[in-house]
Design a protein around this ligand. Structure first.
Ligand SMILES: Nc1ncnc2c1ncn2[C@@H]1O[C@H](COP(=O)(O)OP(=O)(O)OP(=O)(O)O)[C@@H](O)[C@H]1O
Ligand SMILES: [Mg+2]
Length: 217
């Protein structure tokens, strides 16, 4: 369903990824591994169109369900069914939990937004109990659950998750884990970055290891 082909990319003149290629099948859970600074977050940013692949031969591109989506705007990514949970700055700080979800659902009609919010609260009831709190008054792990809610609201076909378990305690990790497992059963596909890979071991279909921006064979 997703093909990443010959991506060379970086920031300004700084080269980070060199000729990165891999593919993901529907309902796969793919684990993206690698040390700090190896380029994992950069891979997700490039898939989601936040970074444009550099000119290369062969040309770097991202293909989703047979359509080229390289460097498309976020609105198009969401329309295609792709959602992205960034590693940092993944919630709206000044808004309550409920307002966070409303902002994320802002691209839908009022009625649809409400439906999607209700469904997100149903999947993650813990968010409903915190609905009037702002991230400022929430723990790191609680914020991660909200960030996950902010992408769940789009009912994505493909979710790109950058360290969703970072700072999340055992109880909330179980909630997140169960949520991902349930969505996988509904054919949702995941590319996940996670340093403690044993956490996801039972669910993962494929592992990709990056070293200095190159895929280790
Ligand atoms: N906005 C940026 N501007 C310049 N360089 C950046 C930027 N973001 C990341 N880098 C550099 O790109 C390289 C890869 O960073 P990236 O964030 O993809 O690593 P990572 O594998 O996600 O690491 P971590 O496990 O620490 O999250 C690093 O050398 C980093 O310093
Ligand atoms: Mg990272």
């Amino acid at each position: 369903m997703l093909k990443v082909e010959h991506i060379t990319a970086g920031y300004g003149k700084k080269l980070v990824l060199t000729d990165v290629s891999f593919s993901v099948e529907r309902s796969d859970i793919v684990l993206l591994n690698g040390g700090n600074g190896s380029g994992k977050s950069t891979v997700l940013k490039t898939i989601y169109g936040l970074l444009k692949p550099w000119a290369s031969e062969p040309k770097g591109k991202v293909v989703f369900e047979e359509k080229e989506i390289t460097a498309l705007p976020v609105s198009a990514m969401i329309r295609y069914g792709i959602a992205y949970m960034p590693q940092k700055k993944n919630v709206f700080e000044d808004f309550t939990v409920e307002e966070n979800l409303s902002v994320s659902a802002g691209i839908y009609s009022k009625a649809e937004a409400k439906e999607r919010k209700d469904k997100t609260f149903e999947i993650l009831p813990v968010l409903k109990t915190m609905r009037r709190r702002t991230p400022f008054n929430m723990s790191g792990g609680e914020r991660q659950l909200l960030a996950f809610g902010n992408i769940l609201i789009h009912s994505p076909k493909l979710a790109l998750l950058d360290e969703p378990f970072a700072g999340v305690d055992t109880r909330n990790s179980e909630i997140l884990f169960q949520c991902i497992a349930d969505l996988k059963k509904k054919n949702v596909t995941f590319v996940i970055i996670e340093h403690k890979s044993q956490l996801l071991e039972s669910m993962v279909n494929k592992e990709i290891e990056l070293e200095l921006g190159i895929i280790k064979k």
